[in-house]
Structure formats: C-alpha cells, structure tokens
Design a protein around this ligand. Sequence first.
Ligand code: NAD
Ligand code: 13P
Ligand code: CA
Length: 377
Amino acid sequence: TRKHKVAIIGSGNWGSAIAKILAENTTAHPHLFESEVRMWVFEEDYQLPSSHKKYDASKHSQPKKLSSLINELNENVKYLPNIALPPNVVADPSILSAVKDASLLIFNVPHQFVSKICDQIHGHIVPYARAISCIKGVDVSPEGISLFSDVIGRKLGIYCGALSGANIANEVAEEKFCETTIAYDPPGTLTPCPEEFPVIDHSLWKHLFHRPYFHVSMIHDVAGTSLGGALKNVIAIGAGFVDGMGWGDNAKAAIMRVGILEMRKFGLMFFDSCKSETFTEESCGVADLITSCAGGRNHKCAKLSVEQGRPIEEIEAEVLNGQKLQGTLTALEVNEFLRARGKENEFPLMTAVHKILIREASVEDIPRLLADADHTS
Ligand code: NAD
Ligand code: 13P
Ligand code: CA
C-alpha cells in the first residue's frame, strides 16, 4: 500500500497556519500520509529583524530568501511570526517541485494569484490528485462567476473541494479552539486514484485537517462553503466602516444581520447547489461573518481608513506587512457581476460597500442606502 503525499500551495498567514495543521496530522496518521508536507513559497528576500528571538548576527545581517529562513528556523518569520512549524513542513520556492507526485493538493493563496498558479502547474501534477481550496474569494469574468474550487478543478482537470470557517489564522496557529467546514462532493467520473492508496473520502480529509483545537465539519455544499468565505469579506469591510464612524455595537449588529441575509440570498439566487443551512448553521457562514467583523484584517483596515480618512489600499500596504485583503477586490467583482444582471438594488449592503470603496458614496450614506433599497424580493 502507498501513502498520500501532501502539498500546500501558499505560505501566507493562513497558508502557514494550515501547513502546521497538515504536518501535525501527517505525523499523527502515518498509515495514511507521508510525513513530509511540501509548502510552496512565493519567493522573496527578507531581512530578519534584529529584535527577532532567533536573530543571529553571524547569519542574519543580510536579507535572505524567505524559503531558506523558513527551513532554517522552522518558522514563517514574515507571514506567521513566533509560531513554530513542525520540522516536516518543507518550504519549497519551486512550484513544480512542490506539487510533484502529490496526491493531495491544498490551495491557500490570496485569490488574485490562483489562476496564474494553476497555469504554471497544469500538466505537472498526478492525474489522480484531489484538492481542497482554502481560498476566500470568487472569480468573476465576462462569462460569470466561479468558485475557486471550480477554477482549480477546471484548470487542472481534477476535483477540488473547499475549506472555510471562522478561522483567524493567528488564533488557529496558537491552537486556540475553533471550528471549520470542509465541503467535498466529487462526481463519479474522475480519474480513479490507484487502489494501493487510502480512499480519498470525507474520513480521509478529516484525518488530514481535524485537530483537538480545530474541529472539522464535513459537508457536501461546496458552493455555500466557498461563498460564505468570499462574501463575508465584503460585509466585514462594511462593519469596519461603521466601527470607524464610532456608531457602536448596534450598528455593527445591523450590518451583520443584513450581511448574512444578502450572502445567503446571493448563494441561493446564483448557485443551484447552494443550501440555506450552510450560511446559518456552519462555521463557514454566520460564525465566519462574526469573527471577521470582530478581529479580521478587512474589518481592521476599513475601520482605520475611516478613522484616518485615507484609502483602504494605503492602510493595507502600511499595516499588513505584505498580507492581502480579499474584500476590496471581492466587492468590486461581486458588483460587476450584480450590475451586469441588474441586481444591485437587491443587495443594498454589498452595493453600498462597493460605492464607498470607489468613492461614489460615503459611510454616512449607509443607513439611507439600506432604507432605500428594494426589499421586496
Ligand atoms: P496573506 O494575506 O498572508 O498574503 C500573503 C501571501 O501572498 C504570501 O505568502 C505572499 O508570498 C503571497 N503572494 C504575494 N504576491 C504573490 C504573487 N504575485 N503570487 C503568489 N503569491 C503571492 O495570505 P493568507 O492569509 O494565507 O490568505 C490566503 C487565503 O486564505 C485568502 O483567500 C484568505 O482570505 C484566506 N484566509 C485567511 C485567513 C487569515 O486569517 N489570514 C483565515 C482564513 C482564510
Ligand atoms: P480577514 O482576511 O479579514 O482577516 O479574515 C480572516 C478570516 O477569513 C477569518 O475566518
Ligand atoms: Ca438556486
């Protein structure tokens, strides 16, 4: 019998936290998985700050490749500092070497980079590979809207499910308790995985992701799971805007209530397989909305942008140290999609957030924009 080889494509804040989980579980389940978890790193030079506890002037006085620093220190010193990564996480700056022979591919990069990465690895993966996307975003093109699980599956000719939940990466990396949702619902027509391998089913994915501090719920609704993670980023920006105004907890609760309804409405209107319960009962729905509107980066940057009267992109570049917001681009993409279908008025909050981001409205307008909207459908 053979074991599954696991590769993670991405090593940002969430990518690194998920790599830690994967490596803990390949060690915990040696009959199912090879120990080593290859982690693809988008290479850059990084100067380790002299304040870092592992700083050694004889080794770190010059910038080094981030991938070498990760392997030397067992820590992603730039994107997940002060968290020990298991030694079986191996950082690899070559995407082709990272995915070579991997039967389980975990995608975890900011959504704007996915398409290019898939083009690079197309034809270089085993045909029986299966994937999970941890990406929160949607892909909008003139043809319509796609989930990243579908983009990845289509571009690589494999099946891809989705992981999403109330999972602020730093909290997960510190092993503070949380829940997540994994949706996996493959068709029966895939290139079969050779019989020597453990079967790739819900139970196998649970063995790969579940930890005592990271509780996995397995479901079949890939669309609902993906959309929850993508759309809440837009709502979290709205919550950050009203917090920036100092409007208090009632205002933020209103944004969250309208937000979850618009998220669910969007899913049910445009994706036939989407289930209402995914938004109201799973971690990837209401729970992710709540945590993101409290402690997420989209919320934080939107709040600072109102407080300082500066564009959110400027705040993002200044405070996130290379981490990326997903809500700004998603607000634009969702609006493009809704406008093309004459549906902007049916999603007044998402539309208001977009108008504010492009400076066609101001945050003061939010109550009026919500009141004026068409609530009939
Ligand atoms: P991040 O915000 O830390 O982004 C930085 C990463 O992007 C780095 O690895 C960097 O090397 C990479 N990058 C920069 N330019 C690139 C390029 N041109 N090509 C490829 N990669 C490039 O990333 P993250 O937090 O790991 O987020 C990945 C996904 O996970 C996002 O969709 C996000 O919404 C989602 N997510 C994040 C969190 C969180 O708390 N951070 C939690 C759950 C889900
Ligand atoms: P932010 O990207 O806004 O930090 O959200 C993180 C997240 O998705 C928590 O579940
Ligand atoms: Ca429908």
